[in-house]
Design a protein around this ligand. Structure first.
Ligand SMILES: Nc1ncnc2c1ncn2[C@@H]1O[C@H](COP(=O)(O)OP(=O)(O)OP(=O)(O)O)[C@@H](O)[C@H]1O
Length: 241
């Protein structure tokens, strides 16, 4: 299977600090990949290079076979790379449905019927049906996060990067989120930066562990859970939390 997203020796230093060092990663179409690691491991810097927010010091980013290392962020969005925070910031005063419609229009243009259908479909998927007319600011925090996710989905991305999607969600909301990711499996590739190990172990096809800017381990959840180096670097503390 050829990769949808690949990085080759992707690196970024800040002064003398190697935040990310020579990371090779291959993510297949439709795959759910978790990216984990202790605070300061380089996860945010790595993802920022994927979406075009931080320029690499060296190395390459390939998306669907094209070298996108130097493409601007908006061009990457057009290719189908979506990041929940970057492109879907919620407009607080606008109604829920209008927020999703804004995201859907980027893809569907002015076809009102298609946009309305997409809004209804994505709100249904994230469990926000019935809240269409509420101002986004009046939603609970958890529902705002789910709205953000709906806005990402409305763009039908080929790769959806989710940064701490369950942070601040209640247990029932986490269940909704997990069920949603399962329905996306095979349709959209997902790169999940997540500290909740239960969510990671349940959802990820594979896990990449970053530590001090380098890939410490990569594999299926059971193998990562059993990896002594991972336990020492990360799981021993975080998994118990
Ligand atoms: N703009 C910057 N300037 C200087 N140092 C930076 C910058 N961005 C990140 N760093 C440093 O790079 C390292 C990696 O940080 P990064 O935020 O990528 O880690 P992380 O794994 O996302 O951490 P967390 O889980 O806490 O979000 C850290 O030591 C951080 O202090």
């Amino acid at each position: 299977m050829s990769a949808l997203l690949s990085t080759r020796a992707l690196s970024r230093s800040f002064g003398g600090l190697r935040a990310v060092h020579e990371v090779d990663l291959d993510l297949g179409p439709g795959e759910v990949r978790a990216l984990i690691g202790p605070n300061g491991a380089g996860k945010t810097t790595f993802v920022s290079m994927l979406i075009g927010r931080v320029a690499p010091s060296s190395g390459r980013v390939l998306f669907d076979g094209q070298d996108i290392t130097r493409r601007p962020a908006h061009a990457r969005v057009r290719l189908g790379l979506a990041y929940t925070f970057q492109i879907t910031s919620v407009f607080a005063r606008l109604p829920v449905a209008e927020n999703v419609a804004l995201a859907a229009r980027r893809r569907l243009g002015r076809d009102r019927a298609a946009v309305a259908a997409e809004v209804a479909r994505t709100l249904g998927r994230v469990g926000l049906t019935g809240r269409e007319k509420i101002a986004a600011a009046d939603l609970s925090y958890g529902h705002q996060r789910l709205l953000e996710l709906a806005m990402g989905l409305a763009q039908a991305p080929r790769l959806l990067i989710l940064d701490e999607p369950t942070q601040g969600l209640s247990e029932p909301e986490i269940e909704t989120f997990k069920a949603l990711v399962r329905t996306l499996a095979g349709e959209t590739a997902i790169l999940l930066i997540e500290h909740n190990m239960g969510v990671v172990m349940e959802l990820a096809d594979r896990i990449t562990v970053l530590d001090a800017g380098v890939v410490l381990a990569e594999g299926a959840p059971a193998a990562i859970r059993a990896d002594a180096r991972v336990q020492a670097a990360y799981l021993g503390t975080a998994a118990d939390a």
